[in-house]
Ligand binder design. Sequence first.
Ligand code: TRP
Length: 405
Amino acid sequence: MTEPNEPTDSTARTESNPSAGQFTVTPAAVEGEIDYEKLLERFGADPLTDGQIARFPDHPLLRRRTFYAGRDVDRYLEAAAAGDPHAIVTGRGPSGPMHLGHVLPLYLAKRFQRVTGATVYLPLSDDEKFLAKDQSFDAIGEHTRDNLRDILAVGFDPDRTQIVVDTADADVIYPIAVRLAKHLTPATVDAVYGDQDTVGLQFYPAVQATHLLLPQLVAGRQPTLVPIAVDQDPHVRVCRDVAAREALPVEKPGALLGRFLPSLEGPGKMSSSGDAPSIELTADPETVAETIRTHAYTGGRATLADHRENGGDPTVDVPFQYLRYFFEPDDAALERIAADYRSGELLSGELKEIAIDRITEFLSEHQHRRGELGSLEAELEPFRLPERERRRALERAGVPSPLER
Ligand code: TRP
């Protein structure tokens, strides 16, 4: 049924972890202090080797192992090095405004596209979020349009990037999802995702599997890599499983799995639904500063004297972790900050100000590009799949339109 190294029943349900306590990681929920290494055992994915990291385009997210594990990464790396076609798929569930954690895979994908010419597919699963959240299609539609602006602001190359929205591109997505769903049993869905509330949610994995195969169905067999936070790995496993069972002209997509940007209030993922505030991509500088000053968990000491004497701990300090993940790309600068913090020379409040500066700088550039965008319809047009490519995909998937023959 599944590959030997990919147990289907490998969802990290809540499990006890004596050192870190309980944690849960599923596409629907992420809770507790995550043991990232243990997750790989559970999921059957492999830690990235130094050699693999060196072969990827250089990026702090990889260099510092925020993206730390994968599946079938070598196939992708070989194609990228040889100049052969290779693709990236990373998507967005439009259930609310996008925050800092959401841009990590997007900016990583953009770098890969710049350096090796990867084709990037960006699906938006408005159907999934309608089914999973208590929101109307009107509300989800607003988030979809708002999120699209943020995705467009990243600056992908329109000649090598396709954006699809599930309900708006249903002509191509639905027939392929149906074909894949033929081999997706309720037992598999239950095992991988746990109990689903509706048949809609039970069907959705076939839709996300479609996203992951779309580059190959449109443009032919090629290594495809899916950079995502680790909670989305079950979708990759299901896709690999159903792809293997259908005689489709595709290879199994690989995965590049990332840690979560820590929540401002401490370990765990930055959540838009939980209690800890998150920093939205449209936040103005005052809001960023205020949010970090008030809420960021630090690794500083209780008193100034204690801090000067014994120093702070950057490994648990959230402002430092934000710099390390993404916002201070210069390794030497980052190392200096860590050293000054450990020695007690740099105070928690001062470290917060550094993080505020870097994040504000990043956001002001992102927001500038967002502000330059014209009407959504016009901006999106070059990123939409042309009619002939939709047909190619349906033909390759063996589901051509019944009315056009
Ligand atoms: N399911 C993802 C989420 O909830 C969004 C998503 C849809 C996605 N299609 C994808 C992510 C393909 C990666 C690849 O966030």
